[in-house]
Design a binder for this molecule. Structure first.
Ligand code: SF4
Length: 288
C-alpha cells in the first residue's frame, strides 16, 4: 500500500513485512504484548484489567517514550489478521473489561479486519498519542467505543524537539474534538467502568508545567466539562533520550501545580498517587 494513515502522510510504500515510511513498519500487524493491564485509569482497568494489545513501531516516536524497545526498536511478533483476531478473542475470554489497542494507528486496516473476524462483546479502546488524522479516525468510527488520547503539549517547539512533529498540537487537538464527537459524553456502568467516551491523558514533563497549563486551558475552553482528564505523573527518564532537561523525574511541586490548575478550572481531573507513579509502568513485552 501507499500509506497516508497518520498525519506524517509519507505516501510511502508498505509491504506486508516492511515499509519505507517514517514508522518503518509493514502492513501486517506486529504485536509486542498481549495481556490484561491493571495500571490504566480505574474506569478502564477495573478489577480484572484492560485487555491490552501493544503494537510495535510508532508514527509519532517521542524521544522520551517509556516503551522505547517497541516504539523505536520495533520489537515484537508479526501476526496475520486471523491471528490478531484470535489474540483478541483469547484476551476477552480471560475476563478483561475491554480490549485496548495501544498505538495501533499504523495498523488500522489490519485491526479493522481482525475486528470484522472477531468483534468482542466488551468495549474497544483506542489508546493513542493523539497524533491522528481525521481521515483515519473516520475509518475507526463505529468500531471504537472509548478513545484514550494523549494531549502532550501545545508548544510547537516542544512538538519539534520531543516528537519531531511541530504540528503536534494542531493535529492532536483537532483529533480529540473528533473523538469527542464520535463517542459523545462518557457513559459508565454501575460499577464505575467506562463503557463509552473519551478520556484525555496528559503526562506532566520535567520543566514543562507552563505548557501543561496551556494544555489544560485548551481542554477547559474546548471540551465538555464532564470529559475525564487524566493527569499522569509517572514520567521516567530513559537512557536513550538525549533531550536536555528530560533526564529527571518531575517534582511533587510540578505535579501539584498542574493538578491545582486543573481543579481551579473545574476539570473532571483524574490524578495519580505518588506511590503509583514510582511503580514501573513499563510492561514486560512478551511477544517475540
Ligand atoms: S503510518 Fe507510517 S508509513 Fe504511514 S504515513 Fe504514518 S509514518 Fe508514514
Amino acid at each position: 500500500m501507499i500509506c497516508t494513515l497518520c498525519p506524517r502522510h509519507c505516501a510511502a510504500v508498505r509491504e506486508a513485512d516492511g515499509g519505507q515510511g517514517y514508522c518503518r513498519m509493514g502492513t501486517q500487524a506486529v504485536v509486542a504484548r498481549v495481556a490484561p493491564h491493571l495500571w490504566e485509569e480505574p474506569c478502564i482497568s477495573g478489577t480484572r484489567g484492560s485487555g491490552t494489545v501493544f503494537f510495535s513501531g510508532c508514527p509519532l516516536g517521542c524521544a522520551y517514550c517509556q516503551n522505547h524497545s517497541i516504539s523505536h526498536e520495533r520489537q515484537g511478533k508479526r501476526v496475520t489478521d486471523e491471528e490478531l483476531a484470535a489474540l483478541i478473542e483469547n484476551l476477552e475470554q480471560a475476563g478483561v473489561h475491554n480490549i485496548s489497542f495501544v498505538t495501533g494507528t499504523h495498523f488500522v486496516p489490519a485491526i479493522l479486519h481482525a475486528l470484522a473476524l472477531h468483534r468482542p462483546a466488551v468495549p474497544t479502546v483506542w489508546n493513542t498519542g493523539g497524533y491522528e488524522s481525521l481521515e483515519t479516525l473516520e475509518l475507526l468510527k463505529g468500531h471504537i467505543d472509548i478513545y484514550l488520547p494523549d494531549l502532550k503539549h501545545v508548544s510547537s517547539r516542544l512538538g519539534k524537539v520531543l516528537c519531531n512533529a511541530p504540528d503536534y498540537f494542531d493535529v492532536a487537538s483537532a483529533a480529540i474534538l473528533e473523538m469527542l464527537r464520535q463517542t459523545g459524553a462518557p457513559v459508565y456502568a454501575e460499577n464505575g467502568l467506562l463503557l463509552r467516551g473519551t478520556v484525555i491523558r496528559h503526562l506532566v514533563l520535567p520543566g514543562c508545567t507552563g505548557d501543561s497549563i496551556r494544555v489544560l486551558d485548551w481542554i477547559a475552553e474546548k471540551t465538555p466539562p464532564e470529559t475525564p482528564v487524566s493527569i499522569m505523573r509517572q514520567y521516567t527518564p530513559i537512557p536513550e533520550c538525549a533531550v536536555k532537561g528530560m533526564e529527571r523525574r518531575i517534582t511533587d511541586a510540578e505535579y501539584d501545580r498542574v493538578v491545582e490548575h486543573a481543579l481551579a478550572l473545574g476539570l473532571n481531573a483524574l490524578t495519580q498517587e505518588k506511590e503509583s507513579a514510582e511503580t514501573s509502568f513499563i510492561p514486560d513485552f512478551n511477544m517475540r
